[in-house]
Design a protein around this ligand. Sequence first.
Ligand code: SAM
Ligand code: SF4
Length: 362
Amino acid sequence: MGDSIASVLGKANPDRSDILAMLQCNEEEAPLLYRRAAAVRDRYVGNHVYLRGLIEYSNICGKNCLYCGVRSDNVKIERYTMSREEVLEAAMTAYKLNLGSIAIQSGENSSNSIVETVEELVRSIRKMTDNRLGITLSLGEQSRETYQRWFDAGAHRYLLRIEASSEALYRRVHPDDDMHRYHRRLECLKAIQETGYQTGTGVMVGLPNQTMSDLADDLVFMRDFDIDMCGMGPFIEHSDTPLGSRGTDNLFLNERFNLTLRMIAVLRIIMKDINIVASTAMQTIDPAGREKAISCGANVVMPNLTPARYRSGYLIYEGKPGYREADESNVSGLNLDLLPGTTVELGIWGDTPHYGRRRTVR
Ligand code: SAM
Ligand code: SF4
């Protein structure tokens, strides 16, 4: 018999076996884990939620990840790239709604014209908002030089999910070619961190053949890498993808949902002062999914500001909510009644104290 969850939660520096024990706690113990994680969040980063207005810039992608609806082999979707004016307008909406930050996300494209356009967009957004709007990028694997150019232009956070920290699992969910190498992804993540970005990564929870041991290793990976932010969510099938057409062979959706809550809670306990996203994928499975993630320690929500006409082109998985959240009466789309005492912090970048601490220590 292993340690009780209460004794594991009492440990100052949980090791891998403690992490596994927390992930595997039973249904009666889980609320204790969640409450502890929320208390850690409140103490180290505050009982509030930061917003990032999400701009899904383009669904043109050179990659072919086996899980993703935007993969290049999916000929059923219409490809788009938002115009410069549309991106600036969406950024201005975020600014006027006082969201504090935006996140620009896209399929992977390293062409010179995209690199230059993104650089110019970042500069323009910084200028037109008087440096008041924080900018996160999530534009996939790029060269060191490109990461540096975008950083110099004014982007300060970058999110690149490792997807699966186990190389063997990573290989199972990606094509076996030079475009999809685990080591390249890892090198990109290091380059992002070394460039000076607040660095985010994450994984999908519930991938076929993923084990609890893999998930414990994912959390250890994030701690060892000393990330500043995490965006992770349940894997959700898309029928026009190789992994989606196989059906669910491992964990069913609500199991993945509950496991993601545990992953968030344990990550909060082992990395107290980082930013953790309550992902849209959580909301796809349960309408109150993001609120539940927040009550388990998450502190970032990304309301979607992508123009409505492009939303159907950015269905990375099925059932993704398609409504427009840029509604001034309820910018985040969150139901704060479910989160007593929690406030949404408007008008600030919402940086993690972890980043400042990490930079000081080095
Ligand atoms: N192309 C960039 C990249 O891959 O880093 C950024 C955009 S990509 C759509 C953002 C994330 O979507 C990926 O990192 C992946 O974890 C997630 N994603 C893709 N397909 C998914 C699926 N079927 N279920 C859940 N998440 C998925
Ligand atoms: Fe492209 Fe990102 Fe989807 Fe992979 S996960 S196919 S890189 S958009």
